[in-house]
Design a binder for this molecule. Structure first.
Ligand SMILES: Nc1nc2c(c(=O)[nH]1)N[C@H]1C(S)=C(S)[C@@H](COP(=O)(O)O)O[C@H]1N2
Ligand SMILES: [Mo]
Length: 351
């Protein structure tokens, strides 16, 4: 019998649209546009894509405005990557923090085709004094903290901007990028939390100073203290992380064999190991990696669990990466709730 049931998005907000992926029910390697989480700071932008041009200026030798056709004609680069919102799993921080209470679904994976930002900057050249590259989106709105209107824009330090895998994408999974995910052009910055991957690119500006826009210098900054900004530092690469997809939290199971499964990913090298505990973290066993770890991508893992005794069980997953990082027992608390990557936990009852 064919199972025609389909998962749906989990709504956190409608305008701006913030919806999470039903990650527990997704086994595909590439997440299609329909179930790709949506995270927006503002209402969707209005612009006429038939008149689309991309200006690249600032401290460059030859400022240039690229047509879409020109960009499509440059040597392409395709990157399969995870995009994870820095606020993914925010809802699990203790004490709780303010902001959308994302659970585990503010994450996607897909294949992005485009041109290296580096290639565009080779056409314009960059001044010796160049320090950062600002990428600005078409969407804008008023911020709650300042009542000022801002465009969504972010910068990258020159070395990151010139990394060949930092691309200006025009295709997602072999199709033009879906509008909600940044059509026609979106910056993709692998290994970094997804705030860096600016959608609906309006312009690119090379600067010789430090960019201080609010999505750079106010938001997407870790503030370890509740009442002061002491010790703050910017949000950049994704931490080592894993998510148990099955079984779901608080599931009731029978005795016998159950396959525990999930995903693991990192912004620092490769996932090297995923371990599972079925006794609340006392004993750990290696999970089987279902696919060979690749840079930028999720690893799928599974573990065959035979349970003969009834009772309550705490199941955990813990991943490690080639940078030598391992998921911590508790996430590093920070006021805005970014980068939650504690060991994943679900509880089940066997009866
Ligand atoms: N122009 C623009 N780009 C943006 C954002 C935005 O609000 N506007 N949100 C950022 C954040 S915080 C995330 S997590 C991802 C979300 O991308 P998605 O909606 O395609 O999942 O886009 C990033 N790029
Ligand atoms: Mo995000």
């Amino acid at each position: 019998m064919q199972n025609s049931q389909k998962p749906f998005m989990i709504t956190r907000n409608l305008d701006p649209e913030n919806q999470e992926t039903p990650i527990h029910f997704i086994n595909e390697d590439l997440i299609g546009g329909k179930l790709f989480y949506r995270r927006n700071h503002f209402s969707y932008p209005n612009f006429v894509s038939t008149f689309y041009w991309l200006p690249v200026g600032g401290v460059v030798h030859y400022p240039k405005t690229f047509s879409l056709k020109e960009i499509l004609g440059l040597p392409p680069r395709t990157i399969k990557t995870v995009l994870e919102c820095a606020g993914n799993k925010r809802g699990f921080f203790k004490p709780k923090v303010f902001g959308d209470q994302w659970k585990k679904g503010a994450i996607s994976q897909g294949s992005w085709k485009g041109v290296s930002l580096r290639t565009l900057l080779e056409y314009t050249g960059i001044a010796e004094t160049a320090r950062e590259v600002i990428v600005e989106g078409y969407d804008f709105g008023e911020r709650t903290d300042s009542n000022q209107i801002h465009y969504f824009s972010r910068s990258l330090a020159i070395d990151k901007a010139l990394h060949p895998d930092t691309i200006i994408a025009y295709e997602y999974n072999g199709e033009p990028i879906p509008f909600k995910h940044g059509f026609p052009l979106r910056l993709i910055v692998p290994e970094w939390y997804a705030m860096a991957s600016v959608k609906w690119i309006k312009k690119i500006i090379v600067i010789d100073y430090e960019f201080k826009g609010p999505f750079q210098a106010v938001d997407y900054v870790y503030y370890p203290k509740k009442d002061s900004d002491e010790g703050k530092f910017p949000v950049t690469t994704m931490g080592i992380n894993s998510t148990i997809q099955q079984p779901l939290d608080r599931k009731i199971l029978n005795t016998g064999v159950h396959i525990l499964s999930g995903i693991a990913w990192t912004g620092n090298g490769l996932v090297t190991k995923v371990e599972v505990s079925v006794d609340g973290g006392i004993n750990w066993s290696s999970a089987q990696l279902v696919n060979v770890p690749e840079r930028y991508s999720c690893v799928r893992w599974s573990y065959k669990w035979e349970v003969l005794k009834t009772g309550e069980y705490t199941i955990m997953s813990r991943a490690a990466d080639s940078a030598g990082d391992e998921q911590p027992k508790g996430a590093m608390w920070n006021r805005k709730g970014y980068g939650y990557n504690a060991i994943d936990v679900v509880r089940v009852k066997v009866e």
